[in-house]
Design a protein around this ligand. Structure first.
Ligand code: GLA
Ligand code: ZN
Length: 681
């Protein structure tokens, strides 16, 4: 079994603990331990923003207070996820070495303020980080209570300072070798933008170059690589001291400032911070959106357990409307993460601070300070449940018969391009529309980027595969040849990895042959306009007509067959949905952007044909199912989640056992926002 924290191999429950804000209140710190035990907590992240308490003066490390707390927690059976404090620097550093402060896109260097805004290039910042990390490692890397390193906090953004600009130029030189190659890759003869010297290249500052899309993409690629490199530098002194403590950094789900898939080697464990808008006007789609985000995060290390590093036990103070979680929702939201492979439920934060930006952020312990609150009781019941589940669920794996391609570089490239629907190209929206049928049918899905391995899946869905990179066309070809089913859509195979359009027909790079068609033009419709997809050969369960969305690809078939055609406009009768046999597999091409009604039926048919559900089951609306598996015993665990406020019931096609009560069931009654965990008998 692969444990996220081998030293303490259980489901973790706890969160961010900031005792550094309470060092003058030993009475409160004393109460914390008793309350943590009462809430069934066993792990806390310490020291995330404590640099000014750990190194109050340059080179003067004060770690005794931290040791006292780590030790006291440990003596009480509570383990530490120890942070490196680089997410926010002390004032003395910013004052003495302004170069550690980030230069924003407008070209201005920030003053000492906020957090997450340092320069990743600054040799001084790197040296200071190495200093504090080394001191922490020397003191704590062998402490029996320390189980995981929490590297920095929510890495993000870019710095545009002269040092970063110079590093960018060096990075470009390494990537392209010659200016000629760079100019080719940038198509820079356009608007006379040819670079004649490396020093003429600037990042896409507000007042700088935005029109060379591949330069903008390179800047994003470079920023990701700089951040990974910075993280590697952070990890080095920790691993030197004790290579056995795993490292993680807390990510932000669908955040688009970094390509998180590039962090797969530097992170031993993936973790992320989840702050959904439960009970919002998007109530209908939030559960599937969060499910998909859990899947994105998990799929950086496909199949492996991961850590829910932060979630709010109550309201989230930075959201536009800070709505409370309705009774049941805290349990459901927490268990949803576990259902998707998390081996933890951790919160931001343990105790509400008294002042500043986060004084009203939900926390386990309110300003009131005692345990007789609704939130505390909700948290304690999650603690009890995790404790019960740990022996069966901890370190079980999450394998998926289906995958969707979610690729950050493709997302960036679609975001940059001019054409179709400027300002709202809809890549993420398409992903979510297409994901929802999997959610509604209880099918495990991995969300893979183009550099991933696609072998072993039965179905791969690749929405808007605009930019082809990472050898994706060849991988998909092999996948289909060997019997896989691929669903591709409009606006695929348009540009190569340098954002240069393919010549000789779209979708390029051999995708025309794979899909059995050529896409000639694409029609973007105004809001309120649509076309019709008429199905002459509907798959089982499909209707004969669907309304299209706002993109209609006009394709000519070579070897593919039309299953459906457009109903209106000058392209009425042209193919709108096609299938092509290729090797032992099949490729479907959805030529028009379609809504959820179409995908529920179309993917529903493929889910049935390819037997993608763990067992055939009809789930009520907004009820889903995720499966974890013990790789050693082969036992499967089925997490049924009801995202409706009201109760539901469903028939089970075979007898299953309730993991928590031991009952054998052939039907399932679920209360509003209920979660039931069943296993094979
Ligand atoms: C982020 C940060 C935390 C905290 C929470 C509040 O996730 O990592 O430090 O600020 O937001 O929601
Ligand atoms: Zn910089």
């Amino acid at each position: 079994m692969q444990y996220t924290t081998p030293k303490f191999p259980v489901l973790l429950h706890g969160g961010d603990y900031n005792p550094d804000q309470w060092l003058d209140r030993p009475d409160i710190l004393e109460q914390d331990i008793a309350l943590m035990k009462e809430a069934g907590c066993n792990a806390f992240s310490l020291g995330i923003f404590a640099w000014s308490k750990l190194e109050p003066e340059e080179g003067v490390y004060q770690l005794d207070w931290l040791e006292t707390i780590i030790q006291r927690l440990y003596e009480n059976g509570i383990y530490t996820i120890l942070a490196t404090p680089s997410g926010a620097r002390p004032a003395w550093m910013a004052q003495k070495y302004p170069e550690v402060l980030r230069v924003e896109r407008d070209g201005r260097r920030i003053l000492f303020s906020d957090r997450h805004n340092h320069c990743y290039s600054s040799p001084i910042y790197r040296e200071k980080v190495r200093g504090i990390n080394t001191a922490l490692a020397k003191r704590f890397a062998h402490h029996p209570g320390v189980i995981l390193w929490h590297i920095s906090n929510e890495y993000g953004g870019s710095c545009y300072c002269p040092l970063c600009q110079e590093n960018f130029r060096k990075w470009l030189q390494k990537k392209y070798g010659t200016l000629e190659a760079l100019n080719q890759a940038y198509w820079s003869s356009f608007w006379s933008h040819t670079y004649m010297d490396w020093s003429q290249i600037f990042p896409p500052l507000d007042n700088g170059e935005q029109s060379i899309h591949n330069l903008v993409l390179d800047w994003k690629r470079f920023s990701t690589e700089m951040t990974v490199d910075f993280m590697k530098a952070e990890v080095e002194p920790l691993k030197q001291e004790n290579p056995d403590i795993p490292v993680t950094t807390n990510m932000m789900g669908l955040y688009d400032g970094l390509n998180y898939y590039k962090f797969k080697d530097v992170c031993d464990v993936i973790s992320w911070d989840n702050y959904p808008l439960w009970h919002s006007e998007n109530e209908e789609t939030v559960p599937a959106r969060i499910a998909m985000t859990h899947d994105v995060m998990r799929s950086i290390h496909p199949g492996r357990p991961w850590i829910l590093m932060e979630s709010s036990p109550s309201a989230t103070n930075w959201q536009l409307v800070c709505k409370l979680r309705r009774p049941g929702m805290h349990m459901l939201a927490s268990m949803q993460a576990v259902a998707h492979g998390s081996d933890s439920v951790l919160y931001f934060q343990w105790r509400k601070g008294r002042g500043s930006f986060e004084k009203f952020h939900g926390a386990v312990v309110d300003h009131y300070g005692k345990s007789d609150t609704r939130v505390f009781r909700d948290v304690a019941s999650v603690g009890q449940r995790l404790k019960k589940l740990t022996s069966e669920i901890c370190a079980t794996t999450y394998t998926s018969p289906a995958a969707m391609i979610y690729d950050m570089e493709n997302r960036w490239a679609i975001g940059e391009m001019q054409g179709l629907h400027n300002g709202r190209q809809g890549y993420l929206e398409d992903l979510m529309t297409i994901y929802r049928p999997f959610f509604q049918n209880g099918v495990n899905v991995d969300m893979l980027d183009m550099e991933s391995d696609f072998t072993g899946y039965k179905l791969v869905v690749a929405p808007m595969l605009y930019m082809l990179r990472g050898g994706i066309a060849e991988k998909l070809r092999r996948f289909v040849e060997n019997g896989g089913t691929l669903v591709a859509t409009y606006w695929s195979g348009i540009v190569d990895e340098n954002d240069l359009c393919f010549l000789g027909g779209m979708p390029g790079d051999g995708m025309m042959e794979l899909c059995g068609l050529r896409a000639e033009e694409i029609d973007a419709l105004y809001p309120g306009e649509s076309n019709t997809m008429r199905l002459q050969k509907p798959l089982p369960g499909m209707k004969t007509e669907y309304t299209t969305g706002d993109l209609c690809d006009l394709v000519h078939l070579s070897t593919a067959q039309a299953l459906g055609t457009y109903g209106e406009d000058f392209y009425a009768g042209m193919p709108a949905l096609t299938v092509n046999s290729f090797g032992k597999g099949k490729v479907y091409y959805v030529a028009a952007r379609m809504g959820e009604d179409f995908y529920q039926d179309f993917l529903g048919a493929l889910i049935g044909e390819l037997s993608l559900q763990p067992f055939p089951v009809a789930l009520p609306h907004k009820v889903t199912l995720n499966t974890r598996k013990n790789p050693e015993t082969g036992v499967e665990y089925y997490f049924f989640q009801n995202f409706n406020a009201g109760s539901v019931s469903l028939a089970l096609p075979k007898e299953l056992k309730d993991v928590e009560t031991g009952e054998t069931l052939s039907a399932l009654q679920m209360e509003g926002y209920g979660v039931r965990i069943l296993r094979s008998c």
